[in-house]
Design a protein around this ligand. Structure first.
Ligand code: NAD
Length: 330
């Protein structure tokens, strides 16, 4: 099938080309994001392939439908950037990669926890400058602490497994408890209780109207003083301003982010020669107890191979059957 591939980086290019040896789709690569400004590029393509920060709102979907697009293939698991009702109205199928490597994201989550706890980000710079003093680098044992997980699905469950290996007690909040939760002793509690109990709170729920700003000023107020907060799910699960205030007051002791609610136009680009315009993001960068990565939790060789393979197989399945086992239904 002829596929317009948006938001392409060199690494996407090589993994997709390799996976396409099996399928022989016609891939046309665009570096730009898909948006109302760029949707004309997709005109005449039956398949459009996108990533996390492409905008598939109602006007874009209408333009895609008019241009003959029948399938949108997301190279990711989350689909908060797609107006599913508009896609359905235009009879455009939306497919995704539901699970490529929960290990990749879970392991990155743990990397953020360990970096913040043992101050690796600060120690790295100090040692390079010949400063071997330990003041300010004091950490704490993870053993015996309570880890709170909001969203104990594929990724949250992997985090629970790893962290219970460190000797943490795991408490979870989810609408649907994980079927294997008893194996590692996840104790399910109410949302307010997870805020009260967690020494480390990590977010692994999807971004939905229910989870939008699930971490707001009230939630921060209910947390333990000095809590470590980690978000590798989607930026808008956190009200960033509420968290900045929590950091300033000392209520939040550590913050690890791989996602940010205004990350579109910021992450995945080299902006090192440009003056940063986002004052909230700039403020976050000033805290010594904040570590931010630019949406790289998924970024392992294993995950990229699986994403490329599943994305192109999804489109081949649609081409053959007119439907796909990984299609998203409302
Ligand atoms: P999943 O569907 O397996 O798990 C999500 C869990 O969240 C489910 O158990 C679900 O019941 C729960 N949930 C849904 N609504 C909830 C609510 N209102 N309150 C509490 N729990 C709720 O998904 P997953 O594969 O574990 O991925 C989780 C999220 O991680 C994705 O939606 C995506 O946004 C994010 N993600 C980020 C990266 C990255 O690179 N940073 C990569 C992949 C996925």
């Amino acid at each position: 099938m002829r596929i317009a591939v948006f938001s392409v980086k060199p690494y996407d290019h090589s993994f997709l080309e390799k996976a396409n040896e099996e399928h022989q789709h016609e891939l046309v690569f665009f570096e730009t994001h898909l948006s109302q400004a760029t949707v004309a590029l997709a005109n005449g393509f039956p398949a459009v392939c996108v990533f996390v920060n492409d905008q598939l709102d109602a006007p874009v979907l209408q333009a895609l439908a008019l241009g003959g697009t029948a399938i949108i293939a997301l190279r990711c698991a989350g689909f908060n950037n797609v107006d599913l009702r508009a896609a359905q109205a235009h009879q455009i199928l939306v497919v995704r990669v539901p699970a490529y490597s929960p290990h990749a994201v879970a392991e990155h989550t743990v990397a953020l926890i360990l970096t913040l706890n043992r101050q690796i980000h600060r120690a790295y710079n100090r040692v390079r400058e010949g400063n071997f003093a330990l003041d300010g680098l004091l950490g704490f044992d993870l053993h015996g602490l309570t880890l709170g997980i909001i969203g104990t699905g594929k990724i949250g469950f992997e985090v629970a497994k790893i962290m219970s290996g460190f000797g943490c007690q795991v408490v979870g909040y989810d609408l649907t408890p994980h079927p294997d939760s008893k194996q590692i002793g996840i104790q399910y509690v109410e949302l307010d209780d997870i805020f009260a109990l967690a020494d480390i709170l990590t977010l692994h729920c999807p971004l939905t109207p229910q989870t939008h700003h699930i971490i707001d000023t009230q939630a921060v107020h209910k947390m333990k003083t000095g809590v470590m907060l980690i978000n590798t799910s989607r930026g808008a699960v956190i009200d960033t301003l509420a968290v900045v205030n929590g950091l300033k007051s000392g209520k939040i002791g550590y913050l690890g982010l791989d996602v940010y609610e205004e990350e579109e136009g910021l992450f995945f680009e080299d902006l090192s020669n440009i003056v940063l315009q986002d004052d909230i993001f700039a403020r976050l960068l000033t805290f010594p107890n904040v570590v931010i990565t630019g949406h790289q939790a998924f970024f392992t060789r294993n995950a990229l191979e699986k994403i490329a393979h599943t994305t192109l197989t999804n489109i081949a399945e649609f081409q053959k059957l007119g439907q796909c086992s990984n299609q998203i239904t409302i």
